[in-house]
Design a protein around this ligand. Structure first.
Ligand code: F6P
Length: 420
């Protein structure tokens, strides 16, 4: 079997902090086999348009001093057009013309699918390295960037806690996670949150029950609260029709001069305008004001005169995705990059690097993508697709169950350890 001589590495989709560690490891590990590494700029976009410099040979000197840097020296891009046959064919042609014999892709599930599409027209095997701060790829227990994203998030949340406590406030924190609540759940547990809302389990966060318990906790003397929302969490408390009816009634009251413009704006905010976390902030402030005013009238306790739970909102967003990677991310990314090259040299292509039972290993790429789609369907609908599950291999089934149980147990722990 002829030896592999030239491979490519690229970073694709939303970036994460350990992508540079992957690129570095691929280049350095390839030296063991005398393989030349080409870096492709801007992911599938650069592969398709092949502007001058988009395919560049990377030597050891080119990857010096990058292990500690967030972002990616190869840049990253989301490129939706990579679903079109003509686009994929162009990219495949470019890869062949550049003499690329295998491709390492650091990215998420979308990037792995792109790699398999490329395979259809190029016969160039791919190795996927799971890289997303969301930790939401079913085939692996860990995706690169998650640990660093949590470090960033927790540092910011702890800082907010300090000032919240000084001022007797609540801070609502929105963290990344469009479809997955892993960052939110871990953050909630790590910072002693009073509640957490995630996209996959809307029923696990009850707005009014949480507010009631916070009010009771304040009566007992609790000064500060943190409540964590994943960006993809939605308020399922009311249907769209109910929200519309509330808003119509409020608009009518405003026009009849029964409520102020400020009240109308708050009702609109709670029901429509803002993200779930911001809606929660508005509702918490309004309801706690009402409750404490009643409480003061009943008890005459001066501590509760003009009392309410003053609440600030902070969106951490992409800050979580930058910064220098943690030791865990650097080492895991480096070992994953090295394994990718070992697999290519051994002619074992089309595999996904994974962490299983805490060990870095690999599995068949199609199996990885398949179990991911079955789990994503469950996450979206809340229903286990028993027909699809029956077709999973024992490894896939184990990974599927791991995900389901992990989320369930994190939700339980966050509730049990809630600081209210
Ligand atoms: O990296 C994953 C993720 O952080 C999601 O949680 C988030 O919704 C998304 O990326 C946003 O990324 P971008 O704004 O770069 O498209």
């Amino acid at each position: 079997m002829p030896k592999v001589k030239r491979i490519a590495v690229m970073t694709s989709g939303g970036d994460c902090q350990a992508m540079n560690s992957v690129v570095r490891a691929v280049v350095l590990a390839a030296r063991k086999y005398n393989i030349e590494t080409v870096g492709i700029m801007d992911g599938f976009y650069g592969m398709t348009y092949r502007r001058p410099g988009d395919f560049r040979v990377l030597r050891a000197e080119d990857v010096e001093n990058i292990i500690s840097r967030g972002g990616t020296i190869l840049n990253s891009a989301r490129f939706d057009e990579f679903r079109q046959e003509s686009v994929i064919k162009t990219a495949a042609k470019n890869m062949k013309e550049e003499g690329i014999e295998a491709l390492v892709v650091a990215g998420g599930d979308g990037s792995f699918r792109g790699g398999l599409d490329l395979l259809k027209y190029s016969n160039i095997p791919i190795i996927g390295i799971p890289s997303t701060i969301d930790n939401d790829i079913t085939s692996t227990e860990y995706t690169l960037g998650f640990d660093t994203a949590l470090r960033n998030t927790i540092e910011m949340a702890d800082a907010l806690r300090d000032t919240c406590n000084s001022h007797k406030r609540c801070n609502v924190i929105e963290v990344m996670g469009r479809n997955c609540g892993q960052i939110a759940l871990m953050t909630a547990i790590a910072v002693g949150a009073s509640g957490v809302a995630i996209p996959e389990a809307p029923e696990a966060f009850d707005v009014d029950r949480t507010i009631d318990r916070m009010i009771e906790a304040r009566k007992r003397g609790k000064r500060s609260f943190l409540v964590v929302f994943a960006e993809g969490a939605v308020n399922t408390r009311l249907t769209d029709d109910e929200k519309k009816a509330t808003l119509d009634a409020a608009a009518e009251s405003y026009l009849a001069d029964r409520i102020s413009g400020r009240d109308l704006a708050m009702i609109a905010d709670e029901n429509y305008i803002s993200a779930f976390g911001e809606q929660f902030r508005t509702r918490l402030q309004r309801r706690s004001r009402e409750e404490f005013s009643k409480y003061y009238a009943e008890t005459g306790d001066i501590h509760f005169k003009d009392e309410y739970i003053e609440t600030k909102f902070a969106r951490f967003a992409h800050v979580a995705r930058g910064g220098s990677p943690t030791v865990y991310d650097r080492v895991t990314a480096s070992r994953m990059g090295e394994l990718a090259v070992d697999l290519i040299a051994a002619k074992r292509g089309n595999r996904c690097i994974c962490v299983h039972d805490g060990r870095i290993t690999s599995m068949d790429m199609w199996d990885a993508i398949n179990v991911d789609s079955v789990y994503r369907r469950y996450r979206k609908t809340g229903v286990h697709d028993s027909e699809a599950i029956a077709k999973l291999s024992p490894l896939q089934k184990k990974l599927y169950d791991y995900r389901v149980k992990l989320n369930e147990s994190l939700i339980r722990s966050a509730a049990a350890l809630s600081e209210i």
